[in-house]
Ligand binder design. Structure first.
Ligand SMILES: CC(C)(COP(=O)(O)OP(=O)(O)OC[C@H]1O[C@@H](n2cnc3c(N)ncnc32)[C@H](O)[C@@H]1OP(=O)(O)O)[C@@H](O)C(=O)NCCC(=O)NCCS
Length: 196
């Protein structure tokens, strides 16, 4: 698409979706007179970093402090294959932008997404995951909103991703569309050699 384990019910106290966005709400009138010490977040964010922080979720934009074995466990918990941790490290070194969320209480990663690309024109988003125990809280949306914003700030306007059919409905409200202008994605699949 292009831009144009165990599942447990999350505690109600952690739900993020219906939360008001106080930082954005006051920004129009107050910011002109009293510039905020923190960079202003786009009003389009469904939840501010401060709101997330008050619920124990911390945003990280570098791999520093990211335990790759724990990240691998999140991948496995959502059904991705377990990967060689050393290869994940290399992949992250070649990643242009990443976002992960640390749950303060456990200091573990609970949400993650990253993008690779040429740094100016194109980016592809990979590995969008939220730990099953933390799904349906708004974290996936929060991560995606920020990753896309970070890429757009760099001037990258061609942002694409591969989506499993069951997740199309998650990406569409975030601005991603399938087959724009009839453009179809294609992937290389190695042909099996006939065995005799
Ligand atoms: C897909 C995934 C990242 C969504 O993360 P999440 O934190 O549970 O999603 P959020 O709580 O942020 O949901 C945001 C919105 O998307 C909706 N949504 C979430 N998953 C959805 C899905 N599979 N299909 C349609 N809508 C979905 C939510 O209902 C919510 O809607 P709202 O804003 O109207 O309330 C998460 O379910 C996941 O990790 N899945 C397994 C891994 C995976 O499939 N990754 C994508 C690979 S292509």
């Amino acid at each position: 698409m292009l831009i144009g384990g165990t599942v447990s019910t999350p505690p109600a106290s952690l739900r993020l979706r219906s939360t008001l966005n106080p930082q954005n709400a006051v920004s129009q009138s107050s910011q002109a007179a009293f510039p905020s010490p923190v960079p202003r977040q786009p009003a389009s964010y469904s939840i501010t970093d401060d709101d997330l922080k008050s619920r124990g979720f911390l945003f990280r934009r570098t791999a520093e402090g990211l335990n790759l074995d724990q990240l691998n466990s999140v991948f496995v918990a959502v059904g991705f294959p377990r990967r060689d941790t050393a290869k994940i490290e290399v992949a992250l070194q070649h990643t242009d932008a990443m976002l992960w969320v640390e749950y303060e209480k456990t200091q573990r990663p609970v949400a993650f997404a990253r993008a690779t690309g040429d740094g100016v024109f194109n980016a592809i988003i990979w590995d969008v995951v939220v730990d099953p125990s933390f799904q349906n809280l708004g974290l996936g949306k929060a991560v995606m909103e920020r990753l896309v914003e970070d890429l757009q700030r760099k001037g990258i306007c061609n942002i694409a991703l591969y989506s499993e059919p069951r997740v199309l409905g998650f990406y569409r409200p975030l601005g991603f569309v399938s087959d724009p202008d009839g453009i179809r994605g294609m992937v290389f699949i190695r042909k099996q050699k006939n065995r005799k």
